[in-house]
Design a protein around this ligand. Structure first.
Ligand code: SAH
Length: 272
């Protein structure tokens, strides 16, 4: 259902005297974690159980939404990278208008609100509009994928630096990322939104000096039913991902820590 079909969401909260100014409702920017509802924080679960109005994104798991009371209104605002249901500015505008109606609003986003996904832009929009908000952190996809697929994101023998990078490269501008920095030794690089650009990512890292046999993995649907972890090298991973028809959401993890995955996955219940 579209929010446009429901103008009552923008009316003053029940109980507000007609015409009297209503103080804005508080907005909670809530990180839903990588998908498995058991990976919500205790605080996130409590806020969801008490929610009456929720704006949520594409990557929020259905089971997470099941925690919201049936009486609550849930508004889907989309945000797949190629198919925004609402433009970002319209989402911020809607959040401000809903908050000004006086109701508390939960803005539910996948993973952590401040790791990609534009939570920072939404928080700035609220701050500029003078609307009170709080941010509840969530487990970001890189942490969920690392833990559940068997890839420690740092390890004394392999990586002393962890970089979270976007794989969403705009157009042909492959220089948008600092490739020399990303290609450094002894670090783990996790690319979000990197399924479509995986061949470019691997080619750029090799072109900037990363050895072609550097271990690399793609973790699809991390922490969710059907999770898959496919491993290879910088040279082989694009072919593996194409053969296996990997779909978003997935993360690309590059670095020596990926070599530990087979041994760790053998001992784990949830590794794909
Ligand atoms: N704020 C989110 C990231 C939003 S960007 C977070 O902190 O996790 C969206 C990207 O996150 C997807 O394209 C994918 O790369 C990654 N992602 C989110 N959930 C995922 C999951 N369950 N498994 C693998 N990747 C995931």
């Amino acid at each position: 259902m579209s929010f446009m079909d429901n103008p009552q969401w923008l009316e003053p909260a029940r109980g507000a005297a007609a015409g009297a100014p209503v103080p804005p409702g508080r907005v909670t920017l809530l990180g839903a974690g990588p998908g498995d509802p058991d990976l919500l924080t205790v605080k996130a679960a409590r806020v969801l159980r008490e929610a009456s109005l929720v704006l949520y994104d594409h990557l929020v798991g259905e089971q997470v939404l099941d925690l919201v009371p049936a009486s609550a209104e849930c508004i889907y605002v989309g945000k797949e990278s190629s198919r925004h249901t609402l433009p970002q500015e319209a989402i911020i505008d809607l959040m401000c208008r809903l908050a000004r109606s006086g109701r508390p609003l939960v803005r539910l986003k996948g993973g952590d609100c401040y790791v990609f996904g534009r939570g920072g832009e939404e928080a700035l929009g609220l701050a500029q509009a003078g609307i009170p908000f709080e941010v509840v952190p969530g487990i970001t996809a890189a942490q969920g994928a690392g833990a559940c697929a068997g890839i420690p994101l740092t390890h004394r023998d392999h990586a002393g630096t962890l970089v979270l990078a976007t794989g969403h490269l705009r157009g042909d501008n492959d220089t948008a990322l600092d490739w020399p920095l990303l290609a450094r030794a002894r670090q783990t690089v996790v690319f979000y939104m990197g399924v479509a650009t995986l061949p470019t990512i691997c080619a750029q890292l090799m072109a900037h000096g990363m050895p072609a046999d550097t271990p690399a993995a793609i973790v699809e649907r991390a922490t969710l039913p059907g999770q898959r972890c496919l491993t290879g090298t910088l040279a082989s991973l694009p072919g593996v991902a194409a053969t296996e028809a990997v779909q978003a959401p997935a993360l690309v993890i590059v670095g020596g820590v990926v070599a530990l995955q087979p041994a760790l996955a053998r001992g784990m219940a949830c590794a794909g």
